[in-house]
Design a protein around this ligand. Structure first.
Ligand code: NAD
Length: 338
């Protein structure tokens, strides 16, 4: 019989080492600060044209009511190459599992061989919170004191923790479509040592200097008339066609920034304003341009700024690469030879 392994080059026979960082290890390794740095760097690389996202795949698979797909990309500066695979399994909660499931696979950009397999659930929350925190750092007024939270689901606590690092907030005000969930916001504010007040949307807009929206709504909650001049909004919930958190007219009044313009106008918050002819892709700026100093960002204390955070694969790769580095440095990485 033919021994095929004898014909393969020596290097191929050696296999390669793949680092595994299980979901359970992420909390002990990754910090919001490391997530912030990773996301800030990848947004900057995207705006320079050095990093790009590949087209997103997302399919209803016709089993278990699941949505499944891939987000992927390549950053030529950090050499992060890979994909986040995952989706939404609505029946998981009944099994004691998280409905959203994700896993990141990283590849060696020089050889294409797999380099790491990383649990992606907590990382998704951290990278999403990091994106809005980056927007707050670069776009919110320096004197912002009141943080407004719209949404009290799983992501909201991560959002609040990351946001309060960026300005000297003195208070959090919150609104949620399901008021029984507001205790999550109250508990998180208490953990951060900040007073919390549950308010109406009118009161939230009147008090907040920075507003984070993180809901799965398909109709606007926050209206244009609710928002006062000088506010910064991080709209983080709309990541799919049809979802909407704020009135489209608000995007015409605001200076709009995003992670990726193509996603913003098709599946982000801007999709509705674009469809109504109130704004266009040309009016929307990549946040990375502000980070790189090629766009001034906020130009006055009266301006409303908005970050349309749609969520890109490069964010996932950036935080996964960071956690792999931390796992190796701290000697807790498991490795297998593939
Ligand atoms: P969750 O299911 O835990 O919470 C859902 C939130 O939406 C709750 O606050 C709920 O009260 C609110 N909501 C539900 N129906 C509503 C309605 N009709 N009107 C107003 N609010 C309503 O979800 P989560 O994990 O906290 O995620 C929230 C959103 O963020 C989802 O849309 C999710 O897809 C999105 N998300 C975006 C990114 C990104 O990168 N941009 C990343 C992760 C999640």
């Amino acid at each position: 019989m033919n021994d095929l392994s004898a014909q393969a080059p020596k290097a191929a026979q050696a296999g390669n080492t793949v680092t595994i960082v299980p979901e359970a290890e992420i909390a002990g390794l990754m910090t919001p600060e490391a997530a912030f740095d990773a996301v800030e760097a990848t947004f900057a690389a995207m705006a320079r044209g050095d990093a790009y996202n590949f087209p997103v795949i997302r399919e209803a698979i016709g089993h278990a009511d699941a949505l499944y797909g891939f987000k992927s990309g390549f950053d030529r500066e950090s050499l992060a190459l890979g994909l986040k695979s995952g989706g939404y399994w609505p029946g998981n909660e009944a099994r004691g599992l998280t409905n959203h499931q994700s896993t990141v696979i990283l590849f060696d950009a020089d050889t294409g061989r797999p380099s790491a397999l990383v649990g992606g659930n907590l990382l998704t929350a951290l990278r999403t919170a990091a994106a809005s925190a980056v927007s707050i750092r670069y776009l919110a007024r320096q004197d912002a004191k009141v943080l407004g939270m719209i949404g009290a689901g799983h992501q909201s606590a991560f959002q609040m923790r990351a946001a309060v690092q960026q300005r000297s907030f003195e208070k959090v005000v919150g609104w949620n479509y399901h008021p029984e969930m507001l205790s999550r916001l109250a508990d998180t504010a208490a953990e951060l040592g900040l007073p919390f007040e549950a308010v109406t949307l009118e009161e939230l807009g009147a008090q907040a200097d920075v507003i984070v929206t993180i809901t799965s709504s398909f109709a606007p909650s926050l209206l244009d008339a609710h928002v006062r001049p000088g506010t910064h909004l991080a709209c983080m919930g709309t990541d799919t066609k049809g979802k909407q958190e704020v009135e489209a007219g608000l995007l015409a009044r605001a200076r709009v920034f995003t992670d990726e313009v193509a996603q913003s106008v098709t599946l982000g918050e801007a999709q509705h304003a674009v469809a109504e002819g109130l704004t266009s892709a040309d009016d929307i700026t990549q946040l990375g341009a502000v980070i790189n100093g090629t766009h001034p960002g906020r130009t006055s204390d009266q301006e409303i700024t908005m970050f349309d955070g749609t969520g890109v694969g490069l964010q996932d790769l950036a935080v996964a690469a960071a956690v792999v580095r931390l796992a190796r440095e701290q000697g807790v990485a498991s490795q297998v030879v593939l």
